[in-house]
Design a protein around this ligand. Structure first.
Ligand SMILES: Nc1nc2c(c(=O)[nH]1)N[C@H]1C(S)=C(S)[C@@H](COP(=O)(O)O)O[C@H]1N2
Ligand SMILES: [Mo]
Length: 317
């Protein structure tokens, strides 16, 4: 029987030739190196241009993964289990009209329209993204700090955690209607309040100078760069402040494998594979980089390690 948990890296770790061939084609046009040079890469289907000013850590010299890989090697189980499913099966998803509700332990619960969120001052944040499956990307996100939105709702002193919920829409998300229940829908995630209000934590509404492609979590998703990718919940409709540690989809699915914290940690292996190294996606095929060491907190330790002072991160993984 097929293993429906995250596959172990060896079979899934091989970039299909089709992907790197198209990446080479993209590089030949100069589009990949285009960010710094001001040439924008081609637009993903359905995405619109989106302007942003450079945000903190944008000048750290990380080379973004080609757009083709960012949009064609995805985990978005609402659209299927394969990395190619989100790009192939999300064409009928409608990320508009859309609202995001902020509620729970706040003085001012409120509902935001996505157009109002897109009209806020936006920043580009070039962040590493490390998947628990031991591959990684560098993505030029566009978004704004989650803390700004939370502040507008005025969290109560009793609030300790933030719970997030993705959209439930089986009519447009074939993975939600399947006969094999991989995850309980809707997908849910959670952060401690101090993690949610850390300045590196953003709500992303775009990438590579355009609104979010459906497969990357349109129209709005979470990005927490020091945690494994699965914490970056996509297509968010609800954000709830609470005093209880929220349930999270992968922790409910396999609690021994996926913890609440999910901080990137090369010293704590997944029970079925090592987390010591990672395979950068789209880093150049035969001639480019091979596996590279995984960094504690995905390289953001200087900014975030203090959040976990005194905690045993082997136990709270
Ligand atoms: N709603 C929802 N959010 C999700 C997922 C998902 O299946 N459903 N997959 C997660 C995982 S495992 C990863 S690695 C990232 C992938 O984001 P990307 O496809 O934009 O790179 O999204 C995360 N957010
Ligand atoms: Mo992931």
């Amino acid at each position: 029987m097929r293993d429906l948990r995250f596959p172990s890296p060896p079979p899934s770790a091989i970039t299909p030739p089709r992907l790197w061939l198209s990446r080479r084609a993209l590089m030949a046009t100069g589009a990949v190196a285009g960010l710094a040079g001001g040439i924008l890469p081609p637009r993903a289907a359905g995405a619109a241009a989106l302007a942003a000013r450079p945000g903190p850590l944008s000048g750290t010299g990380l080379r973004p993964t080609p757009l083709r890989d960012v949009t064609h090697y995805n985990n978005f189980y609402e659209f299927g289990l394969e990395k190619t499913d989100p790009a192939e099966r999300s064409g009928d998803f409608h990320p508009r009209p859309w609202t995001v509700r902020i509620e729970g332990m706040v003085a001012r619960p409120r509902t935001y329209d996505i157009d109002a969120l897109l009209a806020r001052p936006l920043e580009e944040r070039i962040y590493r993204m490390r998947c628990v499956e031991a591959w990684s990307m560098v993505i030029p996100w566009i978004g704004f700090p989650l803390r700004d939105l939370l502040a507008e709702a005025e969290p109560l002193g009793s609030a300790k955690y933030v719970a997030f919920e993705s959209v439930l829409r089986p009519s447009e998300m074939p993975g939600q209607g399947g006969v094999l229940p991989v995850l309980d829908w809707p997908y849910v995630e959670g952060l401690r309040l101090d993690e949610a209000t850390h300045p590196l934590t953003i709500l992303a509404v775009g990438l590579y100078g355009q609104t979010l492609p459906n497969q990357n979590g349109a129209p709005i998703r979470l990005v927490v760069p020091w945690k494994y990718g699965f914490k970056g919940i996509k297509s968010i409709t609800r954000i709830r402040l609470t005093d209880r540690m929220p349930r999270t989809s992968w922790n409910v699915r396999a609690p021994d494998e996926y913890g609440f914290y999910a901080n990137v940690n090369p010293a704590v292996d997944h029970p079925r594979w090592s987390q010591a190294t990672e395979r950068p996606i789209g880093a150049g095929g035969f001639f480019g980089a091979g596996r590279q060491p995984t960094l504690p907190f995905n390289g953001y330790g200087e900014q975030v390690a203090g959040l976990y002072a005194g905690m045993d991160l082997r136990r709270d993984f």
